[in-house]
Every structure is written in C-alpha cells, then in structure tokens.
Design a binder for this molecule. Structure first.
Ligand SMILES: *Cc1c(COP(=O)(O)O)cnc(C)c1O
Length: 472
C-alpha cells in the first residue's frame, strides 16, 4: 500500500474533513434561511465559469475544504427562499446525510447481495406509494435514476405487455398517444423505441393546457387508418410548463376501451397522493397500468430518486427479461430483491436510503405538509398577480407552477419585455425564476419548490419585476 493510499483511507482524515464539511453545510443552511446569502444564483456566463474552474484546476492539489466552499459559493441555492426556478426540491438536510452514507457504503443494488439494506427499503417505499395511489396488493414498484428513465422504462413495459418486440423484433409501426404539453422525455423515449415522428401522436390541449380527451377517438382512428398500432396513452399529472393535470379518468376509460396501456407521468404532481386536500387532482390514477413519481421534485429527496409503480407486479418483470449468469441464476424468477432485473441500471445508487431517512426523521406527514403548503402558495401567488392590473396570469394554477407576465405599456412587445425582465433577474441573481412559451406567448414561470418561501418573497418578486420594467 502506498502512503498516498493509506492517507486517502485514513479514518482520522475523514473525520476531520467530514466535520468541516458538515459545519460548512450547516452554515450554508443558516445563511440561506436568514437571507444573508446575497444571491440565489451567482450567474456567470458558461465561458467565464469554465475559465474560473480551469484556473482552479491549474492550481493543482489543495485543501478539499476550500473546494467544497467554492462549490457552495458558485452553485444555485435551492435552499434560498427566493429559489423558484425549476422543479427540483431543496432536499431535507437529513436526506443529504443519507446521501453521504450511501456514497461511502456504495452498495450497488442490482443483486440482493449488493443491496442487503437498499433492496428491502426500496420495496417498502414502493408499497407505500402503491397504497397511496390506491393500487391493491398486486402492485409493485422500483426506484430508478430520474423521471426520464422511469418514463422510458414504463413505455418499455407497455411494449412488453402489448407486443413480442423484445424477443422477436417487429416490422409493425408502434405508436403512443400523449398530450402536446407532455414532458419532452416522453417524445424522446418513443424515439429511442423506434417510433419516429409518426409514432408519437400528440393530442392538442384545451385552454387549461390539458389533453383534449374529446379528440382521443379521432386521433386514434386516424393513426389506425395510417397503419399505426397504438400501444399506450400517457397522461400528465401534471404537465411541466403549466402544472396542468390531465383528466386521468377519461384517459383510463379510453385506454380500457382500446386495450391500451395507460401510463401516468406524475413525476412532479403525483405527489398529491399524500394530500387529502389535493388528491382529487389525480382522480383515476389508480386505473393506470404504471405511474411515475419523482421523490426529488415534490417529495424533498435529493436527485435522482424516482419511483415507478406498476399496478400488476408481473409487468415489472417483463420489461427487461435477459440472462445474466454472473448476476442471477434464473432469468424467469420474479425476485423482488434482485432489483436489477427490473431496472435499466445495473449498479444503482442506494436511493431508497434518502427517502427512508426522511420518513424516519420526520414521518410521512412532512410530505403532506410540503405538498399542501406549496400548492397553497401557488394559489396565493396567483391572487397577488391578479391584484396587480399590470400583470396577467396564463391560467389559474392547479399546482405550485404559475405562469404569468407583465403587460407591456410601451412599444415593446410583451414577449420582449418579459424576456428582458427574466434576463435581468438572472443577471442580478436575487431571485431565480424561469420562462416558458405558451402558444407563442412568452411567460415568466415560477415553480414554488421551497417550503421556506413565503408571501413576502412573492410580493418582493413582483415588486422587483416592476422595478426592472421601469428601468428598462
Ligand atoms: C420533471 C419531469 C420529468 C423528468 O423527470 P427527471 O426526473 O427530471 O428526469 C418527466 N415528466 C414530468 C411531467 C416532469 O415534470
């Protein structure tokens, strides 16, 4: 063993580094919450940022605490109450500790022997979600690396259930139906599966950006006449841009009529299953064949931690039936404890630890509290926007995603005006919000992800937008 290696594995060195890091992280939380962190996003253009880190790298080996500190300073601060950007949660700190632990233990999970703890925990969490969704005891689920991969996995399961493509290949032209507001990863998944442009049937949405269920029959008929074989329909719960919930009951009835697989993409908004107040938004979810819910969006866990739940346990095992002699003896046995049989990943992060740690430390109620507080806050923000005559809402929000914009009272088009406002907000870094385009109109968009955000922050945001507009 070289002295270098000996030092790298020294328990004393680790103890010292870890204590220093945890202190730094606790200070960071304190600063984020007290408002003493100056910016939410210390934005630099990409070239400038690259140059900064290239110079850092040139300096060679140095104190790791300094590197951790720089990383904190130069990152986007999700724990800042004025973080309202993308749909990623500021993790509950205890879950970050579980991340540290799993980073050390590094049990790879694909086979039971490499996931003695994480495989059972994953099963317990899947059963918890299945119950919340309203599935019976036949349901089962798994965790995988993100909603994107989970949606692909669900569509692969749909294909396995409806066709023999996995074994025999096919010359059939398979297709899926989805709303034009669905997350782009559905489109990507269908393309990966060889469906091409025509195989992704995008159904238009109504004025609330929900799939037009009155058009499903027509689109299905047109697809069939073109020689396409529709195998699945996907409902968004909710959509990404506007946070709109599709009518899952209607989709379920349509799927049943035509023997289609019904997949519900609840990456963001499936979390309402934890809330009596908001569960009505996903009425019909229990009729889905598969459901995706991201723990790292509304459920407070670090990314990536995504649940894919199947109504019938059998379906989960059909997706990736393959021999792997060095991993498991029998490809056909349905061992829940060898999680690699059902996931795209072989070695996989011990994701379940992070969620389980939240449950142990804070109980299930924390998910209810988070979802209800943030969805309520979406309503509050909508009221504040409507109270100011110079602003307009794109639509009444159903969730914590709100799209709005400042009206233009000059020659400048509202699109240019709002794009300039968002650019200035980003450069100033005091708030982090994003933008989206709906029917050619550019809107400012907030996802209220931080349960420490209050009405005061929302009022300050609207004030700031007005100030910027006055200076432009
Ligand atoms: C965020 C999101 C996804 C993608 O999930 P990742 O975890 O970011 O890969 C898919 N669908 C919907 C509806 C989403 O909101």
């Amino acid at each position: 063993m070289t002295p270098n290696i000996q030092k790298a594995f020294s328990p004393d060195l680790f103890r010292q580094q870890a204590h220093a890091l945890v202190d730094q992280m606790a200070d960071y939380l304190e600063q984020a919450q007290s408002g003493s962190l100056e910016t939410v996003i210390p934005y630099k253009d990409p070239e400038e940022s690259l140059a900064f880190w290239q110079e850092d790298y040139q300096q060679g080996q140095s104190d790791v605490a300094a590197f951790f500190n720089k990383t904190i300073q130069h990152s986007t601060h999700l724990h800042h109450p004025r973080y309202m950007g993308h749909q990623v949660t500021p993790p509950v700190p205890v879950a970050a500790l579980a991340g540290l632990l799993s980073g050390m233990l590094n049990n790879g999970m694909a086979v039971y022997e490499m996931g003695l703890v994480s495989n059972p925990l994953e099963r317990i969490l899947s059963e918890l979600l299945a119950k919340k969704i309203g599935f019976d005891n036949n349901a089962s689920g798994l965790l995988t690396s993100g909603g994107t991969l989970a949606n692909l996995t669900a569509l692969l399961a749909a294909r396995a259930a409806k066709t023999g493509v996995w074994e025999d290949g096919t010359s059939e032209r398979l297709a899926v139906m989805v709303s034009e507001e669905a997350h782009y990863c559905i489109d990507r998944a269908a393309r990966i599966m060889g469906m091409g442009d025509e195989g992704i049937i995008k159904v238009p949405t109504n004025e609330r950006f929900q799939i037009r269920t009155d058009l499903l029959e027509q689109y299905y008929k047109e697809a069939s006449e073109k020689g396409l074989r529709v195998i699945a329909i996907i409902g968004s719960a909710c959509s990404t841009s506007t946070g709109s919930y599709d009518d899952l009951e209607a989709i379920a009835a349509f799927a049943q009529k035509h023997q289609l697989w019904f997949h519900a993409d609840g990456a963001h908004g499936g979390a309402v299953v934890f809330s009596d107040k908001y569960r009505h938004l996903v009425k019909g979810l229990n009729k889905a064949d598969s459901v995706v819910i991201d723990w790292h969006k509304m459920l407070m866990a670090p990314a990536l931690t995504t649940a894919l739940i199947f109504r019938r346990d059998d379906d989960a095992f059909k997706t990736f039936q393959q021999k792997a002699q060095y991993l498991w003896a029998n490809q056909h046995s349905k061992d829940w404890f060898n999680s690699g049989k059902r996931t795209f990943e072989c070695t996989k992060l011990m994701m379940s630890l992070k969620v389980y740690a939240i449950l142990k430390a804070h109980g299930e109620q924390i998910f209810t509290d988070n979802v209800e507080y943030l969805y309520d806050l979406g309503q509050t923000f909508a009221k504040l926007v409507k109270a100011r005559p110079n602003f307009e809402l794109a639509l009444e929000p159903e969730s914590n995603i709100v799209c709005f914009r400042l009206k233009s009272n000059s020659a400048d088009s509202p699109n240019n005006l709002n794009a300039s406002i968002r650019k200035k907000l980003l450069e100033d870094g005091k708030f982090y919000i994003v933008q989206t385009t709906l029917a050619d109109k550019l809107y400012l968009r907030v996802s209220l992800m931080n349960p420490l955000t209050t009405e005061v922050d929302l009022i300050a945001l609207l004030d700031e937008i007005e100030n910027i507009a006055n200076q432009l």
